[in-house]
Design a protein around this ligand. Structure first.
Ligand code: B1M
Length: 213
């Protein structure tokens, strides 16, 4: 593997943002295409981070630091990538449901999805069903990803799914749910297409739902 890309992957894994920025600029100066930098350094780096998180080798702070390094690199690549219209794995609209202000887990899921090659539209916290629907239409989303941390806000996931049905969008978008109190049983009960217990599994689930690698 190219030495610069390998070093960039390592910089993401250890969460060295200045190094990640420097190595991304170096890779571009070496005429490595932005898409290759994404596919061969940033995504594999975040994949390793996701695995470490899943195996309890990394905790939330390490993941956030790694994500910051990935963003430092992505900030440089994003204008180039959007110009060349790199094919994304799909578009995800994500948010924490209405009444719920917890966003640490949701942000991790968003970062991992971006690291996994998805375009992510983040609506933030306290997102009402109508806002989700508007964004799905506007961005032609393939996946709706909802996060909830409170047992009292979990029902908002069902309300949003019902609103999707009323808007005639239910067949056009896959629905994923997650958050500490959410379970597979809850996902089945409310008619979601998928559930993931953590940020790394959320990427696997999103790929599975869209049938992409
Ligand atoms: Co709140 N809070 N909180 N809180 N808070 C909990 C959730 C709680 C369990 C604490 C407790 O009582 N033990 C409890 C909920 C009880 C319940 O409903 N069963 C609680 C409560 C009650 C409250 C308030 C009501 C407190 C009050 O004001 N009386 C209030 C509610 C505010 C509101 O939302 N309307 C409140 C407020 C807050 C803060 C603002 C202070 C702060 C949030 C800051 C922020 O997010 N910006 C906060 C925090 C930090 C917590 C705890 C301590 C930590 C949550 C967290 O960030 N975890 C939490 C207790 C705990 O969990 N130990 C607690 C780390 C994060 C990485 O994990 O979010 O689970 P998590 O995300 C994981 C997975 O769940 C998954 O991936 C992530 C990464 O692996 N995941 C998904 C998440 N979303 C996903 C979506 C997916 C797939 C996977 O697909 C779409």
């Amino acid at each position: 593997m190219n030495e610069t890309l390998n070093a960039l992957k390592e910089a993401v894994i250890v969460g060295n943002a200045p190094k990640a920025k420097e190595l991304t600029e170096k890779a571009l100066a070496e005429n490595i295409p932005a898409k290759q930098i994404l596919d061969e350094a940033l995504i594999p780096g975040m994949t390793v981070v996701g695995e470490k998180f899943k195996n309890n080798e990394y905790y939330v702070p390490e993941v956030l630091i790694a994500a910051r390094a990935m963003y430092a690199a992505l900030d440089i690549l994003r204008p180039i990538l959007s110009k060349s219209e790199v094919e994304t794995k799909g578009t995800v609209v994500i948010g924490t449901v209405k009444g719920d202000l917890h966003d640490i887990g949701k942000n991790l899921v968003r970062m991992m999805l971006e690291g996994g090659g998805f375009k992510v539209v983040d609506l933030g916290v306290d997102v009402a069903p109508e806002k989700f629907i508007e964004a799905i239409k506007e961005h032609n989303a393939n996946i709706l990803a909802m996060s909830a941390l409170l047992t009292t806000t979990m029902p908002s996931m069902k309300v949003t799914i019902d609103a999707l049905k009323s808007a005639g969008l239910r067949d056009k978008v896959k629905v994923m749910v997650g958050g500490a109190p959410v379970t597979q049983q809850w996902a089945d009960e409310i008619g979601a297409d998928g559930y993931a217990p953590d940020a790394a599994s959320a990427v696997d689930k999103a790929k599975e739902l869209l049938g992409v690698n």
